[in-house]
Each structure stands twice: as C-alpha cells, then as structure tokens.
Write a protein that binds this ligand. Structure first.
Ligand SMILES: C[S@@+](CC[C@H](N)C(=O)[O-])C[C@H]1O[C@@H](n2cnc3c(N)ncnc32)[C@H](O)[C@@H]1O
Length: 366
C-alpha cells in the first residue's frame, strides 16, 4: 500500500499543497533580502551572506539570489498593478526577471499581456518566449534612438564619492548599475577585493549587467575562483598596453605587455549585446593623472563594448576617474569612488571637464 492510498487525498488536494508551497517563494526571497541588506547574518557569526546561505540552509548563494530576484520581480508587479493575479510560481518569475533590466513597468506590461492571452495557463516556457522577444525589441529601439539622438551628459549624470568602497557600496541601490568597470590595486589584497566586489555586484547590477575587472596576472587563478561563485563567468579579454616601459616581473623573467580583463555577468541568459573581439588596445601609457592610471582611449574601448549610451557605469576604485571620463564622453552616466583625497579631487575635476566638453560639442576622446 503506498502513501497516497493511506491518506486518500485527491490529486487536486495534493496539487493545492504544491501550489501553496510554491507561493511561499516570494516570502522566502523577501526574508533573505532583509537578512542580506541589514547584514543580519553576522548575528550568527557568518562573515558573508554566501557563508550564511551555505551553512544555515545548505544552499548555494546562486539559489539564494534566485529567490531574492524572484521576490523583487513580484514586488515590482505588485506595485505596478492592482488587478492582475501575481505570478504563482518561481519558474515563471525566473523567466520574467531579465526584463527588470528594462524597468519595472516593462515587467508589469509583459505580465499583464501574458495573463490577458493565456489566463491561468501562463507557463514558464511562454514567459521565456515573450520576454526574449521583448528584450530584442527594446534593444533594437534603443540602438535606433542612439543613432538619432546621442545622449549629452549633464552634472546630474555623474557623482564621485570620497571614501572607502567597502563602506559606501552597500548603500547603493540594488539593480541600479549597468556595468562595473574597474581597475583595483593589484597586490595580494586583489583576491579579497574582487571576491567582495563580485558579491556586491550580484546585488547592484541590473539583470544581465557586467562586471569588468582589470587585474594583473599574478593572482589570476585565485581571483577567478573568488569572483565566479557570485557571478556568471563569460570571458577573459586581453588588454594590450603597448608603448612606454613594460612592467618587468623579475621572479618569472617576464616583460608584460598585456593584462587580463575578466568579464562576468549577473545571470547567464540575459546577455543581449552584439559580437565583439576579445582584444582591447590602449593607444598610450598615460600616467599623467595617477601613478597607476589607465588611458582614456583604453577605457573608452571597454566602456563602448560593455555598455550603451544612457547606461550607468560604476568604478568603485576610480583613481583619477579615467573610466568616468571615457563613460561620460561616450554619453553614459557614471559613479566613482576613491578613498584617496587627491584621486577623488582629480576624478571630480576631470569628469566635470568631460561633461563641459560634451556640452560644448567638443567630446573628442583625446
Ligand atoms: C589602480 S588605481 C585606479 C586607477 C584608475 N583606473 C585611473 O585610471 O586613474 C586604484 C585606486 O583604488 C583606490 N582604492 C584602493 N582601495 C580602495 C577602497 N577600499 N575604497 C576606495 N578606493 C580604493 C586607490 O586609492 C587607487 O586610487
């Protein structure tokens, strides 16, 4: 005799149990969001949210993140509509989530359209098909808009903050940044820094958004391991740095003419950008503004490949603000952080000059 015969419950009753269980995913995701954002996991001695998910619940951080993304997506629909039934299970919401990159209003519209067309029979497969189609339409429209009206940034389109990125980034809004492009210090702290940043990026980036890290070769294996638990690893590009004196790595007898650029995204499926080459080039070794400064031409190549005009770029270790100058000159928006006062002042000045040059119609990438 099996269990079903013992309890004698009907299929409808049993499915009701499954349905109610599925609906709690939103509450679970909301609870997790609060535990993460208020750092409540520290009360139990966990240093990171990842450790908390693993030790307390036996989950990968990816699973926890999926539940939080689902909660945010359902919250967006709940705020934006008062008539439509909300998504009933996590698999529907998982397929809807990529649209959050285009704004909550898009998610609401697509969900309402799906309900209108399929009623209670909105399967995850149907959601995926409609969302993929809509994302392609949005991208095509944005590219057309770009061609006709390139964005001219104003002072509201950038902010440089003076302070420690570890203190400031947790206050940035979730799902608000399209790409984090940064060049952190390359000493042994780079492993912990990049691991921490990838964890923050999983919260800050819009779905499908990119984390682009310029790192040295020295700690590359450890950095890769630290970042790829939080985000989806995409590729490693080569950033060629011809000209000037090449760094000499005495211990390995290497004259170094390139650095790795690690590219990761938030989510594996949401990436919708054109083809690109995996070699990037700087036309000069520009140390005029910062001892470890990059050239505007090199940073512009990166900004152009990983973002579209109007999008938000963040550099939490911005030095003299070179990524910001490139981003603003290319009609993107920018936020930068540096804890060093001189770098902060320089970055603020250079970004302001870039915005003024755009306003005056002199936005060359010199
Ligand atoms: C390699 S430099 C960046 C140079 C920059 N790409 C440029 O072209 O000017 C790294 C910067 O990170 C800053 N930094 C290091 N740790 C930091 C932290 N925890 N918070 C904020 N800034 C930090 C340093 O002050 C330094 O200016």
């Amino acid at each position: 005799m099996n269990t079903l015969e013992v309890t004698g419950r009907t299929l409808t009753e049993l499915e009701g149990i499954i349905e109610r269980g599925q609906q709690t995913f939103v509450e679970v995701g909301q609870a997790l969001l609060e535990i993460r954002d208020r750092r409540l996991y520290r009360e139990q001695g966990h240093r990171t949210f990842e450790a908390y998910c693993q030790k307390r619940w036996g989950w990968t951080v990816r699973h926890g993140r999926r539940l939080m993304q689902a909660a945010r997506t359902v919250q967006a629909i709940e705020k934006g509509t008062n008539w439509s039934p909300l998504p009933a299970n996590e698999s529907q919401v998982r397929e809807l989530h990529p649209l959050m990159a285009a704004g909550a209003a898009e998610v609401v519209k697509v969900w309402q359209d799906l309900r209108a067309e399929y009623g209670d029979d909105v399967t995850a497969e149907r959601v995926k098909r409609v969302v993929t189609h809509r994302l392609k339409e949005i991208k095509r429209k944005r590219q057309q808009d770009e061609d006709t009206t390139p964005m001219t940034p104003s002072s509201d389109d950038f902010a440089i903050l003076h302070g420690d990125a570890y203190d400031l980034l947790p206050h940035f809004e979730a799902d608000s940044i399209n790409a984090i492009i940064t060049d952190p210090p390359y000493d042994s702290s780079v492993i912990e820094t990049c691991g921490w940043l990838a964890q923050e990026a999983a919260r800050l980036l819009v779905p499908g958004g990119s984390l682009v890290l310029l790192v040295g070769q020295y700690y590359l294996p450890q950095v890769m391991a630290a970042v790829s638990t939080h985000l989806h690893y995409r590729w490693t590009l080569a950033y060629l740095t011809p000209g000037g004196q090449s760094p000499q790595v005495w211990v390995h007898h290497i004259n170094c003419f390139w650095k790795p650029v690690i590219w990761l995204t938030k989510g594996a499926d949401e990436y919708v950008r054109p083809w690109m080459s995996d070699v990037l080039r700087s036309d000069a070794n520009d140390k005029r503004f910062h001892r470890w400064g990059q050239s505007v031409s090199g940073m512009a190549e990166i900004v152009e490949r990983f973002t579209l005009p109007g999008e938000w770029v963040l550099d939490p270790f911005c030095g003299a603000g070179t990524v910001g100058v490139a981003a603003l000159t290319l009609g993107r928006r920018f936020r930068g952080i540096d804890r060093d006062e001189k770098s902060f002042t320089l970055a603020s000045r250079r970004c302001k000059e870039a915005v003024d040059a755009c306003a005056a119609g002199k936005n060359g990438l010199a």
